[in-house]
Every structure is written in structure tokens, then in C-alpha cells.
Design a protein around this ligand. Structure first.
Ligand code: IMP
Length: 424
């Protein structure tokens, strides 16, 4: 029995989907615990590419039950579309897919407000995915949110939408100069989705507690990455949830004492999508090369990702925050062909050297990265499955990272397919 949480150790897009898919054949439950349809987990089978936004990546492997936990914010229309897509691929969700009664609902006004607020911010925009994530979490913490269980009682739903629209319509009319919304229209828009989702809505907290009591294997799947955490990331350029091991507990109802493995997923380099500081960002030829070789375009929005060398100062901070006790290195094959590979091992801020990630945005923006240069390798490592087949310089690169962080890699990914993996 084990309860393992898989966490993005950078700014998201670390390749968690493939790793969760891989690990899920030993899992009895695979659980999403935060975020929403802002996430895009890309999985590649043979020639097929599938992108999941809300359904846990374990849905395609083994017999794991898949759970959307209370910490997730759900766009019912987007989820139903995704369910249909999975069913069309020949996978059944009956009896193996569960949605928390207490997960919050993303309504059309959340998406509208997300986009209008971003537009209003102009040059200071966060660069959100526009999926209504921030406004939905605002509704949640300001205690006016609508939860999945509320969808099942039309009277309650109507009253709550009515109540919410009072404030929202005021803002639409007076602040944004946009047409107002009507409760009846929102109810009608939701009707088909509610009918489709109703069979899956249940008490997932108890389901997972029973799983723990029955010594089941539980795999918690983080979305986004720790550097986008609302408390610990590069605030305000973050998402509105907690993609950390702490968030895994609050977002699922699984207690911290039940977590025994915390796996961090990092790419062999760094990317970031959206705005905000990124100390090792590369603007020239090398950045372009990483983007091209790594196909670094957003799975949800298609935006080109910003690319840079691996940042060990940030990664060490993330390892400590989450208590990571195992690591996975993804996209190692993207580093093929570089004569030298740089890794950031220190920062200079206001002329002073440090290896501590600064918490003030102002300081992060001032960082001058200090790099250690390591030799690259010429031969392609794409698709390798054996540690012994890696070039010596690739092994040294991996060992260098492990030594800096004090944590070992247990998985090295050498390509997008399930089979293109070195297990250590
Ligand atoms: P939001 O989560 O849509 O509010 O966006 C807030 C920030 O998080 C933006 O910079 C987004 O680009 C970023 N973000 C949200 N989801 C993901 C993801 O799955 N991968 C990478 N970045 C993300």
C-alpha cells in the first residue's frame, strides 16, 4: 500500500501526464486535487495524442478508479465534453469515475470575469488561461461558491446563481460596460451537463478514506507546478490553487500522515507560460532551440512557452517545500546535441550571491543567474530504456542535479511514449 503524490516542480508542463499514466497501473485510485481545465496533460499512445484537462491521467491505464477531489474547480460543460471524448476512445467511466460533491463549479461568469479582468490589467496581465480559474476560487474563498452537490438541487442552484448575479451583473454593467446575465439562461446552459454528471457526483472524501483503511494504492496527480502555487510561487504571477503536497491533502481530504511518497517532476530544462519572472529565461538561439525541440507550446492554449536552462536554486526550494523524496526527470532527450548544458546553481541579487530562492517578487525580478557549465552529448538518447546505454555526460548531468538537490531520480523520461522511459 502506498499513497504517492506527483507534483510539478517548476512552472507546470513538466510532463506529469505521462508519468501519472505510467504509475497508474499500480494504483487503485488516481486523484486530481487542485486547478481545473487550465491544466492540459498530454498523453501519447502509438500515434494518438490525447490531452486531458480535468479527468485524471490514470483513466487510460489499468483499473484505477479516477477521482476529481474537492480542491478542483470544475467547468461542467468542459468536463462533459472530455468524458465524451474518453468514452469515444473506448474507455468506460461507469463505476470508476467519481466527482467530489464539494468541488466548486466554474460558471460562465467566472470565465467572462477572468477574461475581462485580464483585459483591464493591460500590461500587468497575469497571462491566465482564461478558463475562469481565479474568479472561481475567489467565489470559493469568499463563501459564495456553487459546489457540485448544489447542481443536484435546482432550487438551491437557482437561489445561489440569483444571489451571485446581483454582484456580478453590477460589475458587468458598471465596471466593464458589458451586457448582464440572466439566471434562467445559465440554468438552461447547465441542464444537459448536470444530467450527464449526476451519476458521478459523490462523497469522494469517504471513498478515499475507505481506500486508505483498506490498504489501497493511491496516486495523487498535481496540475500546474509549485512555482505557480498561490502561496509559495511567484505571486501574483501564479494560479489560484495550491499545486503542492500540502494542497494534495486539503484538495482531497487525505491526511498528511497518509502520504508516504512525494514525487517531484522536473524537465531537464525550464519553461514558463504566461507572465511573471523567470530567472533563467533565454531569449536567443538556445531558447528557440529548446522550444522547437521540446515542442513547447501550451496544451490548453497553444501559447509558445518561454524556455531557459534548468534552475537548481528554484528546484531546491520546491523540493523542500513539498518534502519531495523521489524525482522524475522528463524530456531528457531534448538536451541531445547541445555542446554544453548550463544549470543555474546560484543567484546574484543586488550584488550578493545566494542559493536561497527569494520570496519578494522584486528580488526574483532582479536575479542574475550564475551558471555551472556541463558537457553535453552528441548521440541521441531518444527512446532509451536502460541507464547503462546513456552517454557518460548524460549520466553526469543527472548525478550533478541529484547531488545538488540531495534527492535521487527514480524515473528518467527519454520521449513522450509510455515505453520511452528509464526506471531506476
Ligand atoms: P490561470 O491558472 O488560468 O489563472 O493562470 C495563471 C497562471 O498560471 C498563468 O501564467 C498561466 O499561464 C499559468 N498556468 C495555468 N495552468 C497552467 C498549466 O497547466 N501549465 C502551465 N502554466 C499554467
Amino acid at each position: 500500500m502506498s499513497t504517492r503524490v506527483v507534483i510539478g516542480a517548476q512552472w507546470g508542463d513538466e510532463g506529469k501526464g505521462k508519468i501519472v499514466d505510467l504509475l497508474s497501473d499500480q494504483a487503485d485510485y488516481v486523484v486530481r486535487f487542485q486547478g481545473g481545465a487550465n491544466a492540459g496533460h498530454t498523453l501519447k499512445f502509438d500515434d494518438k495524442k490525447v490531452v486531458l484537462h480535468l479527468i485524471p491521467s490514470g483513466i487510460f491505464n489499468g483499473n484505477a478508479d479516477c477521482v476529481i477531489g474537492n480542491g478542483v474547480v470544475i467547468d461542467p460543460v468542459a468536463l462533459v465534453e472530455e468524458i465524451k471524448g474518453v468514452q469515444e476512445m473506448g474507455f468506460s467511466l461507469e463505476g470508476r469515475f467519481f466527482i467530489s460533491q464539494t468541488a466548486h463549479v466554474i460558471l460562465p461568469y467566472h470565465k467572462l470575469l477572468d477574461q475581462l479582468k485580464e483585459k483591464r490589467r493591460g500590461g500587468d496581465a497575469i497571462g491566465t488561461t482564461g478558463r475562469g480559474i481565479g474568479p472561481a476560487y475567489v467565489s470559493k474563498v469568499s463563501r459564495v461558491g456553487i459546489r457540485m452537490i448544489d447542481l443536484l438541487d435546482r432550487e438551491i442552484l437557482k437561489n445561489k446563481i440569483d444571489q451571485n448575479l446581483q454582484d456580478i451583473n453590477f460589475a458587468l454593467e458598471n465596471l466593464y460596460k458589458e451586457p448582464t446575465l440572466k439566471t434562467e439562461d445559465l440554468m438552461a446552459e447547465l441542464e444537459e451537463s448536470i444530467a450527464a454528471l449526476e451519476p458521478f457526483i459523490c462523497n469522494t472524501t469517504n471513498l478515499l478514506h475507505e481506500g486508505i483503511n483498506n490498504h489501497k494504492n493511491i496516486l495523487l496527480e498535481g496540475a500546474q507546478g509549485t512555482m505557480l502555487d498561490v502561496d509559495h510561487g511567484t505571486y501574483p504571477y501564479v494560479t489560484s490553487s495550491s499545486p503542492t503536497s500540502g494542497g494534495a491533502c486539503t484538495g482531497s481530504g487525505i491526511p498528511p500522515t497518509a502520504l508516504d511518497k512525494v514525487m517531484g517532476i522536473t524537465k531537464a530544462y525550464c519553461t514558463r507560460v504566461g507572465n511573471g519572472p523567470f530567472p533563467t529565461e533565454l531569449h536567443g538561439k538556445v531558447g528557440d532551440e529548446l522550444r522547437k525541440k521540446g515542442h513547447e507550446f501550451g496544451a490548453t492554449t497553444g501559447r509558445p512557452r518561454r524556455c531557459g536552462w534548468l534552475d537548481l536554486v528554484a528546484l531546491k526550494y520546491v523540493v523542500q517545500l513539498n518534502g519531495m523524496n523521489e524525482l522524475t526527470l522528463t524530456k531528457m532527450d531534448v538536451m541531445d546535441g547541445f555542446e554544453e548544458i548550463k544549470v543555474c546553481t546560484k543567484y546574484i541579487i543586488d550584488g550578493k550571491e545566494t542559493d536561497v530562492f527569494p520570496l519578494s517578487l522584486d528580488d526574483v525580478e532582479k536575479v542574475e543567474p550564475v551558471y555551472t557549465s556541463l558537457p553535453g552529448w552528441k548521440n541521441s538518447i531518444e527512446g532509451l530504456t536502460n541507464w547503462d546505454d546513456l552517454p557518460a555526460t548524460a549520466k553526469s548531468y543527472i548525478r550533478f542535479i541529484e547531488e545538488y538537490l540531495g534527492v535521487k531520480f527514480t524515473i528518467i523520461s527519454t520521449g513522450p511514449k509510455r515505453s520511452e522511459t528509464i526506471l531506476l
